[in-house]
Design a protein around this ligand. Structure first.
Ligand SMILES: [Zn+2]
Length: 311
């Protein structure tokens, strides 16, 4: 009877499973043995904290849950857009809905970063988590995010001479930050790093305009490349299809639904396997350029429908 009494009063009953010293513990994390047995979307679902629990969590609990979120590095993959990031990280989504958000983020981020300094995390992610927490706290306090619209802008041209709007954001991080963040993305997603992270160019720019590491163009919408005849459509549909009959080849461009991502098709060997099993090369937000499975991308990249373009 004591147990049901506890349940009725809403007291924490068995902290063993999901709660430890008052903080939320995710059911799976990067060091879990089975981490790579699940798809990104399956893991995103498992990492979603239910509404009832979220409402019950203190601001401090929420900031700890943000720090512990295994896909924290997605904040950079989404171009340092807190709102976009909050669609997958339920702890920050809840915190953003509270008036105390900015103050709490600042206070508890500092607290967490100091804790790491005295006692680094066993999983070795202290440095990158500290960087990211500080960034998110600053971004929310200033109520700003990297907004390429505000920086110097001009146009680049498609092969058929249609202007494409680009901006030129400045670099806002140290090399050490980018190295730590890229290393975290590599271990979280099991991808290979091709080119170090940069705040100066993004996925669309890498895939359609220039793969150079000294690219300085951030492109919001590459659709002119697909509408002016510079590239021709080879396939449009789901990623479970086999590409065998579509004549898709290496270096074709992959465009993910709703303008969410662009990549260069890399690992096509001409076989009949579903093309979700092939690899692509793409830049992830302000993170680096990675070789990755076509569907092994941050959950916000919509791979339910993609199109493939050839030049
Ligand atoms: Zn940067």
């Amino acid at each position: 009877m004591a147990l049901s009494g506890l349940l009725l009063t809403g007291a924490k009953v068995d902290p063993g499973d999901t709660e430890k010293s008052g903080h939320y513990v995710y059911p799976i994390n990067v060091t879990s043995e089975k981490w790579f047995d699940y798809t990104v979307l399956e893991k995103s679902e498992m990492l979603r904290i239910d509404d009832e629990t979220l409402k019950r969590m203190s601001d401090e609990d929420l900031v700890y849950a943000i720090a512990d979120y295994p896909y924290l590095v997605d904040y950079l993959a989404y171009g340092e857009d807190v709102v976009m990031f909050s669609k997958s990280c339920s702890a920050i989504e809840e915190l953003l809905s509270r008036e105390t958000c900015a103050d709490s983020l600042n206070r508890y981020s500092k607290q967490i970063i100091e804790e790491y300094r005295d006692n680094p995390r066993a999983d070795g992610r202290s440095v990158v988590v500290s960087y990211l927490l500080q960034d998110i706290a600053e971004s929310v306090s200033a109520n700003t995010r990297i907004n390429p619209n505000l920086s110097r802008s001009n146009y680049v041209y498609t092969p058929n001479y249609t202007p494409v709007y680009v901006t030129h954001p400045s670099e806002s991080h140290t090399t050490a930050y980018h190295q730590a963040a890229d290393a975290d993305a590599v271990s979280t997603y099991g991808v290979s790093l091709v080119q170090q992270g940069s705040c100066k160019y993004n996925h669309h720019s890498y895939a359609w305009y220039s793969t150079s590491g000294s690219n300085t163009c951030w492109m919001l919408d590459p659709s002119p490349y697909m509408t002016d005849g510079s590239y021709t459509l080879k396939y449009s549909g789901g990623t479970s299809s086999s590409l065998y009959t579509y004549g898709v080849c290496q270096n074709d461009r992959l465009y993910y639904a709703n303008n969410t991502h662009s990549a260069i098709f890399t690992g096509y060997t001409g076989g009949g396997a579903p093309f979700a099993s092939y690899s692509a090369t793409s830049k992830w937000g302000t993170l680096g350029v990675f070789v990755h499975g076509v569907t092994n991308v941050p959950a916000g990249c919509n791979y339910s429908t993609v199109s493939i373009w050839h030049r």
